[in-house]
Design a protein around this ligand. Structure first.
Ligand code: HEM
Length: 525
């Protein structure tokens, strides 16, 4: 009986298989017929390289202008590499977050690889290593409770204020120290921050803090060598050949990269052995894997070393965010007055602000929100890379496309944020024009499976630093001999992260009482 059915089954199977193949083929044809997203005209071979080079590091502004002609998805090609710039939060969410299985890898740039940074969380392609490293960072940085970091942020802010009391003209260094030493302490338990200003010079010499700072800078600066990706044959030239300075930079990068990964970890392990280690991400993690008798101890420790070293990447952005706040107050003194009025009313003048005051300080909070929107720290984010071809809104996005979310463009879209170039914290207050709009915390830290794992940590430190600073200090512009205000410093926009140097200004305690409160807080540490 069965033998009568076998040919029939064969035929059914063949038909089903053919139908399946037909539908795959027709989908493929359909897809490959879809146009690429619109974008400026491309030249043969080099594509859009000249448009990008002409506008240089301000590609984010150009992309926002291109929006009028091409919309919110702009397709470019640079020497055969497809590039998609996204100008809208909605599209970035659709692609980078909702379709994150396709959009979560990273391009493998030449210079970071030559310089030995291929292990860094931010540079890893999507895969098991990345998932492990992100899980470690998220466990400790997303929830303040694991490391109890809110209390620690507060204490370090007091030390920061004391630094300002002693040498206000060095405010930029105090902010760098605040971010670096807080990260160092939370990650390795190493007290790089001197608790009093008279020790600040010593802490500047701390070799571990210097290592973190230099490494983060080097890692970011390596993105300035993108020409190696477009002219890869330059890697064949020997170091003595003119124009090959990148070899020296790569060699120095490799030395830093190894030191960063292992020296701090070794320091903490040694302190753990002699019982002097302070609780940190390292002591908790190593303690956990030791007590689990993990068979993969070595591998887990290796991934941990990579993830931990990555926190210094966040130091640059956190520092610039606090520098931007001072910049905003210098440009818009009325915002300082309004914040101080709120702080005096809510907290009074008998104590310093705490993290718990946040809900009661809507204006100070609004200033922190607006700072992230007003001066985007990483204007084009960190590039994602697609791992498969995709189609969206009738366009084809090829496999291997480098996807840039135009964070600056999103934050400066005048249809959503009126007068985008103005610093207006009140837009975020109840009833304010942007009260119900997308908040910068939802785009300034990137998207999807690559979203910044340090965002909650950074947001908390920013708030407590802002509240503590505005409650205790007046910050004013200064004038030159002819009475004209001395111009404020400008952002350095030569790398993928913007940074800001100090401006000449006057930073003074609001009262003797404020200065006394700071000293008492530091004495009680
Ligand atoms: C105001 C401060 C900060 C801003 C604005 C910021 C912003 C960003 C952005 C835009 C990205 C790229 C996300 C993407 O690819 O979609 C990123 C990635 C990253 N950030 Fe932050 N960040 C800040 C602070 C921090 C801190 C404090 C840490 C320390 C834990 C940190 C660690 C990282 C790491 C490890 C990555 C790479 C993640 C990955 O590639 O999967 N960041 N950050």
């Amino acid at each position: 009986m069965l033998e009568h059915f076998l040919p029939l089954l064969d035929v059914t199977f063949l038909c089903a298989a053919s139908l399946l193949l037909l539908s795959i083929w027709s989908e493929w044809r359909q897809r490959s017929k879809l146009p690429l997203p619109p974008g400026p005209k491309r030249l043969p071979i080099v594509g859009n390289i000249f448009q990008i080079a002409v506008f240089g590091s301000k590609l984010w502004q150009t992309a926002l202008e291109w929006r009028k002609a091409y919309g919110d998805m702009i397709y470019l090609e640079v020497v055969g590499v497809p590039v998609l710039i996204i100008n809208s939060h909605e599209i970035a969410m659709d692609l980078l977050s909702k379709r994150s299985s396709l959009y979560s890898s990273r391009p493998q740039f030449v210079m970071p690889t030559l310089a030995g940074w291929e292990w860094t969380t931010a540079a890893l392609p999507y895969g098991e290593k990345l998932r492990k490293q992100r899980a470690i960072l998220q466990k400790f940085f997303l929830s303040p409770d694991v490391l109890n970091y809110k209390d620690f942020h507060q204490q370090n802010c007091h030390a920061f204020l004391q630094g300002l009391l002693s040498s206000p003209e060095r405010y930029d260094r105090h902010i760098h120290h605040l971010a670096a030493s807080t990260l160092m302490m939370n990650t390795y338990g190493h007290e790089g921050m001197a608790q009093t200003q008279c020790l600040l010079l010593q802490s500047e010499d701390d070799p571990y803090l210097q290592l973190g700072e230099k490494s983060a800078r080097a890692l970011i600066d390596h993105f300035s060598y993108l020409f190696l990706d477009f002219v890869p044959w330059m890697q064949l030239l020997p170091e003595w050949f003119p124009g090959t300075g990148f070899w020296k930079v790569a060699r120095m990068g490799r030395e830093l990269s190894d030191k960063l990964r292992y020296e701090l970890l070794t320091l903490t392990k040694k302190k753990m052995e002699d019982g002097t280690a302070k609780e940190s991400m390292t002591t908790i993690f190593l303690g956990d894997i030791a007590s689990n008798n993990s068979a993969n101890y070595g591998t887990e420790e290796g991934e941990f070393a990579n993830a931990a070293a990555m926190v210094f990447l966040g130091k640059i952005q956190t520092t610039t965010a606090i520098m931007n706040l001072i910049h905003a107050v210098l440009k818009h003194p009325e915002t300082l007055r309004r914040a101080q009025e709120e702080l005096d009313r809510v907290i009074g003048i008998d104590r310093l602000p705490t993290c718990e005051d946040r809900d009661n300080l809507p204006y100070v909070n609004a200033m922190c929100i607006e700072v992230l929107r007003w001066e985007a720290l990483g204007p084009l984010g960190v590039p994602h890379r697609t791992t498969q071809e995709d189609q969206y809104r009738g366009y084809r996005i090829p496999e291997g496309t480098l996807v840039l979310s135009n964070i600056w463009g999103i934050a400066n879209n005048p249809d959503i944020y009126p007068d985008p170039l103005e610093f207006k914290p009140e837009r975020w207050l109840p009833g304010g024009v942007n009260f119900n709009s997308t908040r910068p915390i939802d785009f300034a830290f990137g998207y999807g499976r690559r979203i910044c794992p340090g965002r909650i940590w950074a947001d908390n430190l920013m708030f407590i630093a802002a509240a503590s600073l505005l409650a205790t200090f007046n910050i004013e512009r200064v004038v030159d001999a002819s009475g004209k205000p001395i111009p404020l410093s400008k952002h350095d926009e030569s790398s993928i992260l913007r940074s800001l140097g100090p401006s000449k200004c006057k930073i003074e305690p609001r009262s003797e009482k404020a200065a006394r409160l700071i000293c008492e807080a530091v004495d009680s540490l």
